[in-house]
Design a protein around this ligand. Structure first.
Ligand code: SF4
Length: 348
């Protein structure tokens, strides 16, 4: 496709997005459980895979529950929805269930899971809004890039989630050698799985991986993927990830049909000049921003956020997990204070 067609498609996609979603853009962020993945054949682009041999005790590479819950509480304060609860492979269904219950409880809303092929029969689905499958790429080299995550199993898991009444989504990383003609494959996959959302990321080439010295996706290519999805699926939620070195991509992605911006390191960027620039990028498209990346009073709990994407729901979890959260309260509050202090040190 030539560049004029891509720009024309973006123009149409922007209009279509306004028609179905109004004028709002929000931030989301994945809630990570740890730094270890036990896939025997890890994904070729993955940072965690490069660290695997350095981790002697995988249990120590997991985040403490207090930190996970503190982050969930702060995310709600600043109006960033959790994109999903995510970790490498290696968590039991019970562990996933307990964490999902506790996160849903402190946030008072259901959650998305992106934790590999999970046994949904062992999860309290009352706290789950949806399931995300880490498809990562639709390029012909997918089996080589993600040898430990067969596409068929991910598809079966997502179809089962749909049958159970959950929403579903996938993640796609651009910059893994995909070609423009692969867009068609992605559109077919979205249709086949009847997806409710898709998350795009641009590859952040990691040292020690085969992609270390490879260029990532260009802005025009990224726009082409996003607008193609929007034009074919006007009502799908599109989440686009950019790293802090790609801030100028934000407004073109919104113009191409993105609803949500993700992938920023929250506490190291909040309130800094990059955070102000990111907000400005969003507002420059004429969209309204839900949530904040700059208001430290909101983060510190001194002020209540005015515009939030959160809608509180009734959440029922086991009494055992309610007890665990309450026992952890003091530790959670300490973690909250420490995250806020870290931000205050760097913010403008
Ligand atoms: S499944 Fe996720 S954490 Fe594990 S190797 Fe692949 S990308 Fe990395």
């Amino acid at each position: 496709m030539n560049v004029e067609d891509i720009l024309e498609n973006a123009r149409k996609a922007f209009k279509l997005t306004t028609k179905h979603f109004g004028n709002k853009i929000s931030f989301e962020r994945a809630l990570f459980l740890g730094w270890y993945c036990n896939l025997k054949q890890p994904c070729k682009f993955c940072y965690m895979a490069t660290q695997k041999d350095k981790i002697r005790d995988p249990r120590k590479a997991r985040r403490r529950l207090e930190s996970i819950l503190a982050e969930a509480i702060l995310m709600k304060r600043i109006g960033w929805k959790l994109e999903f609860i995510s970790g490498g492979y290696g968590y039991t269904a019970k562990e996933i269930n307990d964490i999902a219950e506790m996160v849903a409880y402190v946030q008072k809303c259901k959650q998305y899971l992106n934790v590999g092929v999970v046994d949904l029969d062992s999860i309290n689905l009352d706290v789950v809004e949806g399931v995300v499958g880490a498809v990562e790429t639709v390029s012909k080299d997918r089996d080589w890039i993600c040898p430990g995550k067969p596409l068929d199993k991910i598809k079966d898991n997502l179809l089962k989630a749909k049958e159970l009444g959950l929403k579903t989504g996938i993640t796609i990383i651009l910059g893994l050698g995909e070609k423009e003609e692969d867009i068609e494959k992605l559109l077919n996959l979205i249709e086949e799985l009847d997806l409710d959302r898709i998350t795009f990321y641009s590859l952040n080439p990691q040292k020690g991986t085969v992609f270390e010295n490879k260029p990532s996706v260009t802005t025009i290519e990224y726009m082409n993927w996003v607008s193609s999805v929007r034009l074919s699926f006007p009502k799908i939620k599109i989440i686009t990830g950019v790293w802090v070195d790609k801030i100028p991509m934000i407004s073109p992605l919104i113009m191409s049909g993105s609803n949500v911006i993700t992938k920023f390191p929250l506490f190291s960027v909040f309130g800094t000049k990059e955070a102000y620039w990111i907000e400005k990028e969003i507002l420059s498209t004429g969209r309204e921003l839900l949530g904040t990346f700059t208001d430290v009073d909101v983060l510190a709990g001194k002020k209540v956020l005015e515009k939030t994407p959160y809608v509180e729901e009734e959440i029922n979890i086991s009494s055992e997990n309610i007890r665990r959260v309450e026992e952890l309260r003091e530790g959670i509050n300490e973690r909250i204070e420490s995250y806020v202090a870290k931000v205050l040190k760097k913010s403008l």
